[in-house]
Design a binder for this molecule. Structure first.
Ligand code: NAI
Length: 299
């Protein structure tokens, strides 16, 4: 089995910067790649801010923070950045065509022994693996947001993933202080197959006027001990992301129970995508959040 020391992360957005952070913090040599140099600059700022937060909380030492930045470099040249990689983790935009293109490039440029992982939330690992000549070495490594804080890694076996590759990714996740959970490659895997219908049902409850935004979130927070209500969580994930995952579930299973609520479809069409656009089920200002008024919402 090839030891994993050098890791390349593709995509420096929300998830990519967190994944690079966690690997570098644990002593791996990490190259973070993006097509957009501005994304890389933003990612480094985010990593610095999050490392300072860890430092203030006492979860890392100043030496670990220094190591993190020593181990980390950035690049906009994908073929060069993967040529010595033992593991590549793709965390680029959730778009099948984009991912297939990246995996073709990775297959050409990365060593034949390298494991190619994807952080996709919903795209078939088997389909992504089929873009390569090494489907046995392709696997899903689904981290949760925010990556430095959340313990779970959902590991997804594609149809052809080799047993040794899964075992190695399980050990690696444990070395990152994460808890791995192995699942098979069916739409939504486990996390989103269960989470998204719950969020969709919360949106339907609002759409049908069963309760308002605050009421729905309060019932789930206080009644089910969820740290965040489902509407706030949907805003945090991004309503466009929720909609695209529901569409994968709906199409993948052909079952109407996964049909996205028309209110969600409308909000995405209106550009109300949640926290990232400043408005979703809530309106976000710098330090506060209040339920968004809308004719579609119950009082
Ligand atoms: P994001 O939109 O924040 O970042 C995506 C980054 O990929 C951007 O910086 C973009 O410039 C870059 N990119 C696009 N095409 C590229 C290419 N060809 N080569 C290199 N870089 C490229 O997206 P986010 O939220 O970080 O999501 C990334 C992946 O992680 C997606 O597959 C998503 O489904 C998954 N995911 C997202 C979670 C979340 O809460 N945001 C949670 C778990 C998984």
């Amino acid at each position: 089995m090839h030891t994993i020391r050098s890791v390349t992360v593709i995509g420096a957005g929300t998830m990519g910067n967190g994944i690079a952070h966690v690997f570098a913090q644990h002593g791996f040599t990490v190259t973070l790649v993006d097509i957009n140099a501005a994304s890389l600059a933003r990612a480094l700022q985010t990593i610095e801010k999050n490392a300072d937060r860890q430092l203030n909380k006492g979860t890392i030492t100043p030496e670990i923070k220094a190591q993190l930045f020593r181990q980390l470099s950035t690049s906009t040249n994908l073929p060069e950045a993967v040529q010595n990689a033992d593991l590549v983790i793709e965390a680029a935009t959730e778009n099948k065509a984009v991912k297939l293109d990246i995996f073709r490039q990775l297959d050409d440029a990365a060593p034949s022994t390298a494991i190619l992982a994807t952080n996709t939330s919903s795209i078939s690992i088997t389909a992504i693996a089929s873009a390569t000549r090494r489907p046995g070495k392709v696997i899903g490594m689904h981290f949760m947001n925010p990556v430095p804080v959340m313990r779970l890694v959902e590991i997804i076996n594609g149809y052809s993933t080799e047993k040794e590759v899964t075992e190695q990714i399980v050990k690696l996740s444990e070395a990152l202080d994460k808890t791995p959970c192995i699942v098979n490659d069916y739409p939504g895997f486990i996390a989103n197959r269960i989470l998204m219908p719950m969020l969709n049902e919360a949106i339907y409850s609002l759409y049908e006027g069963v309760a308002g935004v605050t009421g729905i979130d309060t019932v789930m927070k206080l009644g089910m001990a969820h740290p965040m209500g489902p509407l706030q969580l949907a805003d945090f994930i991004g309503l466009d992301v929720c909609l695209s995952i529901l569409r994968v579930l709906h199409e993948g299973f052909g079952n109407p129970k996964y049909a996205p609520c028309p209110l969600l479809v409308n909000m995405v069409a209106a550009g109300k995508l949640g926290a990232k656009t400043g408005e979703g089920f809530y309106i976000y200002s710098k330090d506060s959040r209040s339920p968004a008024p809308s004719p579609s919402f119950a009082g």
